[in-house]
Ligand binder design. Structure first.
Ligand code: CTP
Ligand code: MG
Length: 583
């Protein structure tokens, strides 16, 4: 009964959210503009709508653009056009076209042929060979005019002068050499921090592509699950994503689209449904197996499907060939979605939050503290939590505590997941934001971050973003960060003692390097261009995490023995690793 009530409550909140969305669409957009900040829900909604107005068409080369533009203009007005490539034996070329409205994109998709044999098309290695089962999807390819019949051959007409094409060589990260040259050309560390952020963050095309991946899954199952909603979350949408980041996707069968849900609220006819298995987790695992098969067998572009169903949050991983994208699809992680909203809001609250986090993530990657595969090392998400906590606990805080955001929540902010987890906090930026009196520059904050964590007592203290203070550690985990939305869980439970020690060493080293760099800021322009300085010295870890005397500017380099003494002084029983070369 309890479960039923919770579910009803959840559905009610989900629908409240949908109605709120309707109201926004109906005329409240001006309010958001007046506040000057886009809320997470508005951002997500506008990106979903943008995906519904878009198609992705594989072409043989960039030269096909005029012809494609001319052909596709018959379905509606194209408002943006992007060209990107995906690395393959030969490079694969794609055009992402956005129409003025969703009906036009639908018309283009509905006009598509499925008998590819007519074309004699041979180059589409990525699933367009014509032998598969036709699936309606925003991923199409442009066949030669001759193959489509003489009727379709059309010259570019004067009134269809193509839009300038935005060419983006995919959304792969900038090559390290390029990035380093760019950072060398900066005038100050401050500027390096900004440049790093601007040139490594996920670009607009990357976000568009991720919402198209979501739309593809949603549309594929829409016939059977009309309420299904595939929702991107994590770094793809929270503003902390870098180029090439994975897409975290949550598929909800009950996530109604706005218009339908309002109609349905008034309807007296209700869908019959099949009774769920009593065990929610095994139910989800079975459903995911089925969805995994569906994606694997039918969806164009989807390949290397892997099912990781025994994890705390079961996921299906796959690669999308047309988007050059790794996807993690889950079905039971609504708190992750709301957690992304919290991170998004933190990022929006102060312009220093994201550039600072990017530099810290990059530093952690360069010294081998983070690793793309999950393991006993700190994750990017935990690292972001460390940054948020640091910004909360400053004498002049830059971010509010989450409990302050909970206290100022309005009734429309109530969100309770179907598992009964309360994800209520104020969503209105105006309610949450406070004029921080902290005037520190980015480089000062970066140094303070390293200094703060080189002193932090990970051995005895847990980090609480809810309270914006450290608490006593409730268990013996090496690092304890209270999960802000599921407060009985530890976000960094996976981190081993050895990795936590490594973090302590690396933050101390980083503090010393940066301190030297700040003092050492008198290089001439030529010297700056020729040698590595500033952030580049912070990121310079040719042999990841190997302690070598004289590697850094100052002789005050941390020694393992020094750390050992310090940890004894702190009453720590931790024995530091003798040599963490192989850690
Ligand atoms: N998340 C969470 N609790 C965790 C791990 C993750 O709530 N213990 C949520 C966070 O909202 C996180 C999202 O799930 O942003 C996706 O997790 P993950 O992919 O690990 O992190 P990202 O923030 O997406 O970072 P990355 O770019 O490394 O993928
Ligand atoms: Mg992610």
């Amino acid at each position: 009964m309890n479960t039923l009530m919770r579910r009803a409550q959840h559905l009610h909140h989900w629908r409240t959210y949908c109605i709120k969305q309707c109201a926004a669409v109906a005329g409240n957009e001006a309010t958001a503009a007046a506040k000057g900040k886009t809320s997470y829900e508005e951002l997500i909604d506008s990106r979903h709508q943008q995906a519904e107005r878009s198609i992705v068409v594989q072409v043989s080369s960039e030269k096909s653009y005029n012809e494609l533009y001319n052909y596709c203009s018959r379905f509606g007005r194209i408002v943006t056009a992007h060209h990107y490539t995906v690395p393959h034996e030969d490079e694969l070329h794609y055009m992402l076209l956005e129409y003025a409205n969703a009906n036009e994109a639908t018309a283009a998709i509905d006009s598509s042929a499925y008998n590819a044999e007519l074309s004699g098309h041979s180059s589409v290695s990525a699933g367009g060979s014509g032998s598969g089962v036709p699936v309606r999807s925003p991923f199409l390819w442009f066949r030669a005019a001759a193959a489509a019949g003489k009727r379709n051959q059309s010259k570019l007409s004067a009134n269809h002068k193509p839009l300038p094409l935005t060419t983006v060589a995919g959304t792969r990260p900038l090559a390290q050499d390029h990035l380093h040259t760019l950072l060398r050309s900066a005038e100050s560390i401050e500027q390096q921090l900004q440049l790093l952020y601007e040139h490594t963050r996920l670009n607009d095309l990357g976000v568009r592509m991720r919402f198209l991946a979501a739309l593809q899954v949603q549309q594929a199952i829409a016939g059977m699950f009309p309420e299904a909603r595939a929702q991107p979350f994590g770094s793809s949408v929270n503003g902390f994503g870098k180029m090439g980041c994975d897409l975290d996707l949550i598929l909800r069968f009950d996530g109604a689209t706005t218009a339908q849900s309002e109609r349905q609220l008034m309807s007296r006819l209700v869908y019959h449904t099949k009774e769920n298995l009593s065990n929610g987790r095994s139910q989800t695992q079975r459903q995911m197996e089925c969805i995994g098969d569906l994606l694997h067998l039918f969806l164009p572009g989807v390949c290397h499907v892997r099912r990781i169903l025994q994890a705390r949050v079961p996921i299906i991983k796959y690669h999308h060939e047309h988007l050059d994208l790794e996807v993690d699809l889950s079905m039971s992680n609504l708190t992750g979605f709301y957690m992304s909203e919290l991170l998004y809001m933190f990022g929006e609250l102060d312009p220093r939050v994201r550039p600072l986090t990017f530099s810290i993530r990059r530093w952690a990657q360069s010294c081998g503290l983070t690793n793309p595969s999950p393991g006993r090392w700190i994750s990017n998400f935990s690292l972001s939590c460390l940054v948020m906590y640091f910004l909360q606990q400053l004498r002049q805080p830059i971010l509010p505590s989450i409990s302050a955001m909970v206290k100022t929540a309005a009734s429309t902010d109530i969100r309770i997941t179907e598992d009964g987890i309360n994800c209520t906090f104020a969503r209105d930026m105006e309610r949450v934001s406070f004029a921080s009196r902290n005037t520190s520059s980015l480089s000062e904050l970066l140094l303070q971050f390293f200094e703060f964590y080189s002193q932090f007592d990970f051995h005895n203290r847990a980090i609480s973003l809810n309270e914006a203070r450290a608490l006593s550690k409730p268990d013996h985990s090496a690092m304890y960060i209270v999960n802000p939305l599921e407060q009985l869980l530890n976000v960094s439970k996976n981190v081993s003692l050895e990795e936590c020690e490594r973090l302590r060493i690396e933050v101390r080293n980083a503090a010393w390097i940066l301190e030297s760099e700040v003092e050492n800021s008198t290089l001439t322009e030529q010297e700056r261009n020729e040698q590595s300085w500033g952030l580049l010295n912070l990121f310079k870890h040719p042999e990841k995490a190997v302690i070598r005397p004289n590697m850094f500017f100052k002789p005050r380099m941390v020694e393992v023995s020094d750390l050992f003494e310090k940890s004894q002084l702190n009453g720590s029983t931790t024995t530091p690793p003798i040599n963490y070369k192989n850690a």
